[in-house]
Design a protein around this ligand. Sequence first.
Ligand SMILES: [Fe+2]
Ligand SMILES: [Fe+2]
Length: 357
Amino acid sequence: MKSVFKVGTKKHLKKKMFFDESVDIARYDTVKNVPQQKLYEKMLSFYWTPDEIDVTKDKIDFGKLTKGEQHIFTANLKRQILLDSVQGRSPNIALLPLCSTPELEVLIETWSFFETIHSRSYTHLIRNVYPDPSKVFDEIVTIPEILDCGKDISRHYDLLMHYRGKFGSYEHKRLLYLCMISIYILEGIRFYVSFACSWGFAEIKKMEGNAKIIKLIARDENTHLAASLNILKSFPKEDKDYVKIRKETHNEVIDMFMSAIKQEEEWADYLFKHGSMIGLNSGVLKEYVRWIGAKRFKSAGYTTPYPTQQANPLPWTEKWIGGGNVQVAPQETEITSYLVGGVTQDVKENTFKGLSL
Ligand SMILES: [Fe+2]
Ligand SMILES: [Fe+2]
């Protein structure tokens, strides 16, 4: 019988990430997966709360936006709310019961906790901008495009959770692998597309408080992306079944990426259906979807099944993602590139490359 505390027979350094004996003592003196421990520390050092960012000017800006721009802003925010609603609970519910190492356990808990800060910040933003914030929240589940996205991002979590076969069987591992791919796509593609829209407004000097909050969220998501990639790459190192699973699921994984990319492209049409904004329209956002999708295919070790361009179609997104590179005049605006825990925060996709991911 499973227990929340049962002393195992295996030393913590000998355990696999998942499906091994449960974690007994939460100890971090020595860990098997050092990059996971470092990612956890990095996440923690980024602790922030939305109240630190002044969003009062956004209220005035919002009133001056065109109807089309207001639609883009609100719809993008609603979809971000959905993404973090799912990601703020699912790793805890679906992954923790399967996890066996202390460093991964705390990484998952911290990861999910930070998604709840993101959800909290959306409420902070919405309360500021809209006279009736409840209306905005109530509308989220009435938008078919958002519900479709919700179905897709929760599907592999649900399949994993509802598995009733043998704990840690080959099929169980296969479901976990696909779930982790789905998480990687969510963290690495879907969130980044929504960030581009948030920063698009700040590029034209509008809704800058929102953009700053999204910058802090992106800084966190970057560590989540690294965490999901670390787990994916650690699977076959620990257990040869995953070498086989990776081969067997190849086409299914490509289909998962492509269906998310297609859904993001369709979402771009929905966002801009009432008009574009300076610097951003559905065409260029779709190019960005494909560009970021290709990057994620490559990092996960898959070949991108479509021709890709080398240059980022939205180059200005990089200064927002690049944390410390942002030049901010303190008298004009809050500095978002500060440190809470005294660790540099410019996490890039390859930051943890040297840590044998
Ligand atoms: Fe998030
Ligand atoms: Fe995340």
